[in-house]
Design a protein around this ligand. Structure first.
Ligand code: NAP
Length: 197
């Protein structure tokens, strides 16, 4: 299977390396081309247009910053998604993901979302946690592929549900960190001041 990978930032660069180590044929696109250069020596084909990567592969993985970036790499240039699958792994909103789904499907392609829990430390050891939004058939078809990044891959529901689950998890983490920071601040201001007295 030929894999197109769009976005070689912190996450995407390591995910491409993981796929190359697993023996996949990977064609890579990154907006800032120089950032993808180091992947050439590891076996990736680096192209200067995302449409070239999409056109030459069976499946396209998207791992970029946000919805604007997803739209740019998938739709800025004329490309047909006929008989191709897009697996969108960036963190974007549920309605944004459904918008991308519509555009890919209108062009004859298949779309599923698979945002991940975990970060750069989990990629080399294959311990990301992808949450899949799509049909159950798509989940069963792509689960094995996603296991290249993960020990466990979770089916959440139709497109939009996994994007929601990812945002809920991020909100939980943000809330916990801000509560911790507030408690630490109170501790520093009140408790440590008292102790000094
Ligand atoms: N970092 C984490 O621990 C982590 C964990 C879980 C999920 N995520 C999610 O994974 C995604 C990628 O995160 P990251 O940490 O890899 O981010 P990053 O290092 O900042 O990389 C962002 C990527 O998006 C591209 N990009 C940004 N704006 C673009 C645009 N307008 N058009 C085309 N490409 C654009 C960048 O291209 P350039 O190189 O040209 O700027 C780069 O390839 C995000 O959705 C993030 O929320 C991250």
């Amino acid at each position: 299977m030929k894999v197109a990978f769009l976005g070689t930032g912190l996450m995407g660069g390591l995910m491409v390396q993981r796929l190359l180590e697993k023996g996949f044929d990977v064609t890579v696109y990154n907006r800032t081309a120089s950032k993808a250069d180091s992947l050439k020596s590891k076996g990736a084909v680096v192209v200067s247009k995302s449409s070239d990567a999409i056109a030459s592969c069976d499946v396209t993985i998207v791992m970029v910053a946000d919805f604007n970036a997803v739209s740019a790499v998938l739709f800025n240039e004329e490309v047909s998604f006929k008989n191709k699958t897009v697996i969108q792994m960036s963190t974007i909103g549920p309605s944004e993901s459904q918008t991308v789904q519509k555009r890919v499907e209108q062009s004859g392609g298949e779309y599923l979302e698979a945002p991940v829990l975990g970060g750069v430390a989990q990629i080399p050891v294959g311990q990301l946690i992808p949450m899949v939004g799509g049909t159950a058939e798509q989940f069963n078809k792509w689960k094995k592929f996603l296991e290249n990044f993960a020990e466990s891959v979770y089916y959440i529901g139709p497109v939009g549900k996994a994007a929601s689950a990812k945002l809920a998890c991020n909100q939980l983490i943000a809330t916990m960190v801000s509560s911790f920071a507030m408690s630490l601040g109170m501790f520093n201001r009140k408790v440590l001041t008292l102790k000094r007295l």
